[in-house]
Design a binder for this molecule. Structure first.
Ligand code: SF4
Length: 374
């Protein structure tokens, strides 16, 4: 079981908080698609297993003409063994979602949409500099459902200065009422070199209120539990049968190939990443070369990645796995470093799995860093 990630590096507008690789100039779009098709051919031997998930992320994949999406999937089918029931997700922004586009996507193999809603509150969307309105956010979901895309996920952001507790409740409960089977909810983070970081530094907007974020996260967990969603990863909630297979395979350490500028690949022991520059990416592929750098992961790095990702999941860290794959010394080191967190009831051990408690979920990334093997 392996995954394919395709990075589409274009957006209509730059959201203030975003630090992903993208360009708002779409001049290079056609040459990018040519380069991407070329990269698919060149990377055909990267994966040894059949592909069970394909994920179009970005950037904003819904910007691409549907004919391009069709061609990309066709090229993947030509170069990789794609399982019949593969999960194929397209990230789409509400302002791109129309009846026409949905009908076109239905003609492709796409069977899951990930809609970048972020908020149903107009003031909040404006603060984030999103390209869509609150009405478009709402309409995009109902249009997608009408077109037969029932395997839907949406992203929501909490903890922004413009989002009151009441507005956050409205956002989450709107998603629940719309019967969206999967939600990804992220606390707003201020990444270095973003417009938001600059605005905070210049005091043009207030800094992030971490207490409010913690409160929003706690409320979120409560509402989602009441509504029957599984909290299967810190930021992800799913109705039974609707977990993201693609993201789950990242967290399980399965191999994947990332195609497109800035995309990362992982084959079990080494990681590689493409150049995060559209022009250089296109130039290199025109000469038949994939522009990437790579590193072979040490045993410690592999274990730390396993700790980082699995501690964020509902299942937690398999202590058996640590003992068998990384040895008794590493297992004992892990148990010892976990002790203070076990004593504070931020971690617990159940059926030989080390996992976060509800209180510990708020602190998961910090706890994982404490558990890292040096
Ligand atoms: S649409 Fe997504 S990728 Fe593009 S700028 Fe906004 S958050 Fe970043």
């Amino acid at each position: 079981m392996a995954g394919v990630y395709i990075h589409i590096p274009f957006c209509r507008k730059a959201c203030h908080y975003c630090n992903f690789h993208f360009s708002t100039s779409i001049q290079l779009q056609d040459s990018f698609v040519t380069a991407l098709l070329q990269e698919i051919d060149l990377q055909q031997n990267y994966l040894l297993e059949p592909v069970s998930t394909i994920y179009f992320g970005g950037g904003t994949p819904s910007i691409l003409p549907s004919a391009n999406i069709k061609n990309i999937i066709f090229r993947l089918q030509k170069n990789f063994i794609i399982e019949n029931n593969a999960e194929i997700t397209l990230e789409a922004n509400p302002d791109d979602i129309t009846e026409g586009k949905l009908a076109e996507w239905k003609q492709t193999a796409i069977n899951r949409l990930s809609i970048g809603i972020q908020s149903f509150v107009q003031e909040d969307l404006r603060w984030m500099n999103r390209a869509h309105t609150a009405q478009q956010a709402f309409d995009s979901i109902t249009l997608a459902q009408k077109a037969g895309f029932n395997n839907l996920t949406i992203d929501l952001i909490y903890g922004t200065p413009t989002l009151s507790d009441e507005a956050w409740e409205k956002n989450v409960k709107t998603a629940i009422a719309l019967q969206i089977p999967h939600l990804s909810c992220y606390a707003l983070t201020v990444e270095p070199k973003t417009a938001l970081a600059k605005m905070i530094q210049q005091k043009a907007v207030g800094d992030v209120d971490t207490e409010k974020q913690a409160r929003h996260f706690e409320l979120l967990m409560q509402w989602m539990k009441e509504a029957g969603y599984e909290h299967y990863e810190i930021s992800n909630f799913a109705k039974p049968g609707y977990r993201s297979r693609h993201n789950s395979s990242y967290w399980q350490g399965k191999p994947y190939v990332g195609l497109g500028p800035s995309a990362h690949s992982f084959n079990g022991t080494s990681r590689q990443w493409n150049v995060a520059n559209n022009a250089l990416y296109i130039q290199s592929l025109s000469k038949g070369l994939v522009p990437f750098e790579a590193e072979v992961l040490t045993t410690e790095q592999q274990l730390n990645e396993y700790i980082m990702t699995s501690l964020r999941t509902m299942e937690g860290i398999s202590l058996q796995n640590v003992k068998h794959s990384f040895g008794k010394d590493k297992y004992e080191y892990l148990i010892n470093t976990a002790l203070p967190h076990l004593n504070h009831q931020h971690l617990t051990i159940e059926n030989d799995f080390l996992k976060t408690t509800t209180a510990g979920k708020l602190l998961a990334d910090g706890i994982a860093a404490d558990l890292f093997v040096l």
